[in-house]
Design a protein around this ligand. Structure first.
Ligand SMILES: *[C@@H]1O[C@H](CO)[C@@H](O)[C@H](O)[C@H]1NC(C)=O
Ligand SMILES: *[C@@H]1O[C@H](CO)[C@@H](O)[C@H](O)[C@H]1NC(C)=O
Ligand SMILES: *[C@@H]1O[C@H](CO)[C@@H](O)[C@H](O)[C@H]1NC(C)=O
Ligand SMILES: *[C@@H]1O[C@H](CO)[C@@H](O)[C@H](O)[C@H]1NC(C)=O
Ligand SMILES: *[C@@H]1O[C@H](CO)[C@@H](O)[C@H](O)[C@H]1NC(C)=O
Ligand SMILES: *[C@@H]1O[C@H](CO)[C@@H](O)[C@H](O)[C@H]1NC(C)=O
Ligand SMILES: *[C@@H]1O[C@H](CO)[C@@H](O)[C@H](O)[C@H]1NC(C)=O
Ligand SMILES: *[C@@H]1O[C@H](CO)[C@@H](O)[C@H](O)[C@H]1NC(C)=O
Ligand SMILES: *[C@@H]1O[C@H](CO)[C@@H](O)[C@H](O)[C@H]1NC(C)=O
Ligand SMILES: *[C@@H]1O[C@H](CO)[C@@H](O)[C@H](O)[C@H]1NC(C)=O
Ligand SMILES: *[C@@H]1O[C@H](CO)[C@@H](O)[C@H](O)[C@H]1NC(C)=O
Ligand SMILES: *[C@@H]1O[C@H](CO)[C@@H](O)[C@H](O)[C@H]1NC(C)=O
Length: 487
């Protein structure tokens, strides 16, 4: 989960709205139509940004870019980078070809190949949690959203007899939109050179190959080019979203086809038609964008869409995380704060809901866990600290994160993730300025904060969460501020 876009929401005098689902409603005026278009089209803004960057790194579409090193404090490409998975990334363009994806054989760690449509919906994940078979998969654009996702050849063949489309393949993936992205990630256990080399060999075993389309379909879909993504765009974000929506929406179906006619009508009312955006009389896109930014925050914190993890931590409800269906405001919120979020079956992102965290030079936060988060086989969790700019914190220990892959200990010094530790005991992590070294029995549970204190943010990530986490039974840690711990 990463995004460079951090927009602040201005305070607007709005009625107190309480949104749950936000299925498309036919707009009855220009303001509503404009708000709808901006919210619906907003994910194209981070899509454009990341697509251009990946196309430059990978030299085009339908090719992998492989990150080969973990982020460190000098890394400022994305905010809140994680240091426990190594990524690859590809822009998927199915306008003129199908793609054969070769999935590597990975048995020693958590991994996921996450597939996203152009709207940022995580419509399919293959890897550890879905127990995917290594081998080849055909990816094709299939405009029917009811067919979207993976169809295993074993079941296709038993249903329809011999199927030439399946020749030599594990399965066929029907993509929701002709454009999208793919993000493979592999868990990093230690980060040493040997470990990274193992992951690089998995990256090298993965591939994307263009093949002719297996079925006809609309041949008028333009390919993704720099021109499509970067020509004659306004410098104003709101106007740019409208322009990108006019270029991409005509070829990219709504996530749920039941909404298509309403989406089309609202985009048209907002001035988006025939691949062009024309500003409309009475339309104030900048103001309308601010309104949607306010509304999306309300939707994201609505009790309907979140669940409690105890101790002032919440998480998105599983039904609305990662694949947003017709909840366009929530989709806009995630595109703004954590573009390319995974579905909860892959990862749960607990959010600490009590304001911002900040330390003075002689203060510390203690995170007290009553028990370990329950995980599936090869699942893992981590707590990572960031500075006020949401980048990793430079420190003498080169430690940015602690979790199930670190040598964290109970108060008696025994390893929490030692061999066969099945106890449910309480344990603590310490976030304390780098300038104040804690006593030695805290060292392995310490995440350094900036030397003189200051604003920080902490992100807890749980990959491969088991039922006990996703059903809210596991309690997230109690967070307390206290004096820094010294010998
Ligand atoms: C939108 O919000 C931003 C930031 O809060 C503010 O600077 C700007 O004036 C607002 N624009 C409009 C048109 O309301
Ligand atoms: C549309 O605009 C009207 C005001 O004209 C407002 O009452 C209504 O709540 C708006 N609908 C939506 C879905 O925003
Ligand atoms: C993506 O966004 C970042 C900052 O948010 C910016 O520095 C970078 O130039 C953008 N890339 C493109 C291709 O627009
Ligand atoms: C980039 O791709 C083009 C074809 O699209 C190819 O001609 C060129 O050699 C590639 N450049 C590199 C550095 O691989
Ligand atoms: C299925 O089709 C493939 C070619 O697509 C062929 O090689 C194979 O023999 C066929 N199998 C059966 C059982 O008909
Ligand atoms: C992966 O491929 C790259 C580029 O071909 C090569 O430099 C590297 O040595 C390979 N690494 C492994 C571990 O296979
Ligand atoms: C995108 O367009 C802007 C403005 O024309 C230009 O400055 C920038 O270099 C372009 N970016 C790429 C990657 O072509
Ligand atoms: C599409 O939306 C309708 C109405 O909200 C819902 O009943 C249906 O399950 C959705 N279909 C898909 C494939 O998400
Ligand atoms: C939760 O937050 C409230 C309001 O900030 C605070 O009063 C309360 O002590 C917090 N509870 C826990 C368990 O952290
Ligand atoms: C944990 O401790 C072992 C044994 O001392 C060491 O080999 C390993 O590198 C440590 N792991 C981490 C993540 O520090
Ligand atoms: C370190 O020792 C102190 C005093 O015995 C204890 O309170 C604390 O819990 C220990 N630290 C850790 C990480 O358990
Ligand atoms: C949550 O999952 C755990 C582990 O499977 C189970 O023991 C517990 O009963 C479940 N709780 C609820 C409320 O479903």
């Amino acid at each position: 989960m990463h995004s460079r876009i951090l927009l602040t929401t201005g305070l607007l005098a709005l009625p107190c709205l309480s949104y749950g689902a936000t299925t498309c409603e036919y707009a009855n005026n220009i303001e509503n139509a404009t708000e709808f278009a901006l919210s619906y089209g907003f994910p194209l803004y981070p899509f454009r940004n990341s697509t251009i960057e990946i196309m430059i790194e990978a030299n085009g579409t339908n090719k992998f870019y492989h990150a080969t090193q973990l982020a460190d404090p000098t890394f400022n490409q994305v905010v809140s980078p994680n240091v426990d998975t190594l990524y690859s990334a590809a822009v998927i363009d199915l306008s003129h070809h199908d793609i054969i994806l070769e999935l590597p054989e990975v048995n020693d760690r958590y991994y996921v190949f996450a597939l996203y449509d152009v709207w940022g919906d995580n419509y399919l994940n293959m890897g550890t949690t879905s127990k995917s078979a290594a081998g080849k998969y055909r990816i094709r654009f299939s405009p029917s959203t009811t067919e979207a996702g993976l169809h295993l050849c074993s079941s296709v063949e038993s249903k329809h007899g011999n199927n030439s489309e399946c020749d030599g393949l594990q399965g066929v993936i029907d993509a929701v939109t002709p454009y999208g992205s793919m993000q493979p990630r592999y868990a990093v256990n230690s980060g040493d050179a040997e470990e990274l080399e193992i992951i690089q060999s998995y990256q090298n075993q993965s591939s994307l190959t263009k093949v002719p389309k297996s079925q006809g379909g609309c041949s008028a879909i333009p390919a993704i080019t720099m021109r499509l993504l970067n020509s004659t765009l306004s410098s104003d974000i709101a106007t740019q979203v409208m322009q990108l929506t006019s270029r991409i929406a005509p070829y990219s179906p709504a996530r749920n086809s039941s909404d298509q006619s309403c989406v089309d009508a609202n985009l048209k009312a907002a001035g988006i038609e025939h691949g062009k955006y024309e500003p409309q009389a009475g339309q104030e896109v900048e103001y309308s964008f601010n309104v949607t930014q306010h509304q999306m925050s309300i939707v994201a914190s609505s009790p309907v869409n979140s669940m409690s993890l105890g101790n002032n931590w919440t998480a998105l409800q599983s039904s609305v995380q990662g694949d947003f269906g017709t909840n366009y405001l929530l989709r806009e919120y995630v595109a703004t704060t954590g573009y390319l979020m995974l579905k909860q079956s892959e990862a749960l992102y607990p959010r600490y809901s009590t304001g911002d965290l900040s330390l003075s030079a002689n203060e510390a936060y203690v995170f007290t866990f009553e028990s370990k988060p329950p995980l599936i086989d090869k699942g893992f969790w981590s707590l990572t600290a960031y500075n006020a700019e949401h980048f990793l914190i430079s420190n003498d220990e080169d430690v940015y994160s602690r979790g199930s892959n670190s040598n964290i200990t109970y108060s008696d010094g025994t390893l929490i993730y030692g061999d066969n530790d099945h106890t449910e005991r309480t344990f603590q992590l310490l976030i304390q300025p780098d300038s104040v070294k804690p006593p030695s029995n805290w060292t392995s549970n310490w995440i350094p904060a900036p030397a003189d204190g200051g604003d920080i943010s902490l992100i807890l990530r749980v990959y491969g969460p088991a039922d006990g986490v996703t059903n809210g039974t596991w309690k997230a840690p109690l967070v307390t501020k206290q004096n820094a711990i010294t010998a």
